[in-house]
Design a protein around this ligand. Structure first.
Ligand SMILES: [Zn+2]
Ligand SMILES: [Zn+2]
Length: 274
């Protein structure tokens, strides 16, 4: 039997916030390797040990089939002493030196998330901040590196038990997805409509409908956009991702308006994540 070997692998580029650690975790399982992967100030640091042939295949796979959102600019491999790890883990991030890693841009909602968004049976049905390892905000929420939830504007939103379960499950699409959230634990969106002229407001709940459900125009004309609150949201939605998602599948909207006026004077996203 061939003696095990151990390699220290440093991966540079856009490798944080793109599902790289879950990818490496799955790859280690595929090749039967033990060790760890973690983010640090320069990118991703991996140490793996096992049969030398498996190590070779593991490194080749990192180079040849990284996650679709990753941009790998360098893979440096160095042999290190075998330590006898029994399993493969995602290690806590560390940052000791100058911070030089790249951060992914925000990425449009993926097909899987869009499917959940429009599924009445899904717990994220019509939830505008839906995201996963393959999509969602990155650059606009990051506050530092290494990229972890604590270094994003999602830090003040503790995950609920269900989101935490997804986050910790290597088989889940949201395994180690830092912005993971849901209506129970994440940011919410509220449409505020305050009438002009000093009239008292009247709050009610408005259930919007989707363009597909009701024949509601996907791109309402200016006249309707100024007189219809749902149309106004929809029109704004194509410029701001969470609001766009809101308009796709019609969330519950809190509407505040004066009976004497139908012109919206202000809208805002409340409890925004930034
Ligand atoms: Zn997604
Ligand atoms: Zn949650």
């Amino acid at each position: 039997m061939t003696a095990p070997a151990r390699s220290r692998i440093r991966v540079a580029g856009i490798v944080q916030g793109v599902g790289f650690r879950p990818f490496v975790h799955a790859l280690a399982a595929e090749f039967g390797l033990a060790g760890f992967v973690g983010n640090d100030e320069s990118g991703v640091l991996i140490e793996v040990e096992g049969p030398p042939a498996a190590l070779t295949g593991f490194v080749a796979a990192i180079r040849e089939r990284p996650p679709s959102l990753a941009v790998v600019t360098g893979v440096d491999v160095a042999p290190v002493a075998v330590v006898g790890d029994a399993s493969f883990t995602i290690a806590p991030s560390s940052a000791r030196g100058p911070r030089s890693t790249l951060i992914s841009p925000d990425t449009a909602t993926c097909a899987d998330c869009l499917r959940e968004l429009c599924d009445p049976a899904d717990r994220r049905f019509r939830y505008p901040f839906i995201n996963c390892t393959n999509c969602g905000p990155r650059f606009t929420i990051v506050t530092g590196v290494p990229y972890d939830r604590a270094s994003t504007t999602m830090a003040p939103f503790p995950m609920c038990a269900e989101c935490a379960r997804e986050y910790a499950d290597p088989a889940d699409r949201r395994f180690h997805a830092q912005p993971v959230c849901c209506p129970a634990c994440g940011p919410s969106l509220r449409f505020a409509w305050t009438a002009r002229g000093g009239q008292g407001g009247q709050e009610s709940h408005l259930h919007a409908t989707t363009p597909h459900e009701s024949g509601f125009p996907a791109t309402p004309g200016p006249a309707r956009a100024h007189t219809d609150p749902i149309a106004a949201i929809t029109r704004r939605g194509w410029c701001a991702a969470p609001v766009a998602l809101t308009s796709i599948c019609a969330p519950r909207i809190t509407e505040r308006r004066s009976p004497s006026s139908r012109r919206p004077s202000r809208s805002s996203a409340a409890r925004s994540s930034r």
